[in-house]
Design a protein around this ligand. Sequence first.
Ligand code: 9Z3
Length: 322
Amino acid sequence: MSLLDNGSSEIINPDTYFQTNTPPRTLGENENRVKEFVNKHNEAGRRIVLITSGGTTVPLENSTVRFIDNFSAGTRGATSAEYFLEMGYAVIFMHRQFSLQPYSRHYSHSKNCFLDFMELKSDGSIGVNSKYAPKMKAVLEKYQEFKKNETLLFLDFVTVADYLFLLRSVTRIMSALKEHAMYYLAAAVSDFFIPAQKMPQHKIQSDGGLTLTMDQVPKFLKPMVTNWVPCGFIVSFKLETDPALLVDKSRHALTRYGHQIVIANLLAIRKREVILITRDSEFQIKLTEDEIAENIEIESRIIPELTKRHDEWIRNADHVDM
Ligand code: 9Z3
């Protein structure tokens, strides 16, 4: 017996969603930052990728005390950003506040306290613990290079509404880049939400049990592909836990929205196996046991494959097929 009732199948359309929900306060300011970043790197002839990363929250109250969240730590997005930067892309990193970030990810959510990476020297000064120094030096060099080139822009969101408003704004600005922009949608976006007008203003009182009714989040990929960035190279992720559903659901998303690639991943093995699905192909990327033992990151295989396909997309004038 299921405890779930999926209720009405009616989904509000994206336009209605944007008309009836409140944009984040920082939206205008972030739009200006994106315009400046896009102009600068476009003039420099650099390709730009938008990466979305981390989970979105769904508030239960307008003055929010409680919210529903999901598991995503933003590992996929933060790791991918490093490989895109290495391939020469400028990166707009749209991430859940406090989720993992490129470069700092190697230390920020570590089981070690940051003080464990340091050591007191005999002369009283402090330095990096010699055990960690070689890796830290390599990470630091790359980090300083992108700082110098200003090729990484951070934008953050918390709620699913923040995410959707920001995504629409950023993609519309990037649409001027036409096929030179890539969109890499790795964030774990909530499927359900409570519309602002149906939420209580104040903290829900604990006078008994709580029953929630949630609406379905509109399918934003449709307007994104059709209206916001019609020429962009769009890669979305499909997450499932049931292997029997994964490929069919991914293919369904591809035909429903008409974008270029769906990367199918199963929660339990997402760090070692994914399938890149296009309209007429399936391409598995799977790390071997040896590669896993050597801490090879699967994103180091995914990103070069995508940039190769992005090259083809740019070369292909009519954009009919990959
Ligand atoms: C993914 O499938 C990502 O690979 C993960 C990465 C969220 C699994 P972590 O942050 O995990 O590294 O821990 N992202 C997309 C999930 C999603 O919400 N997809 C939507 C869907 O499945 C379509 S855009 O319907």
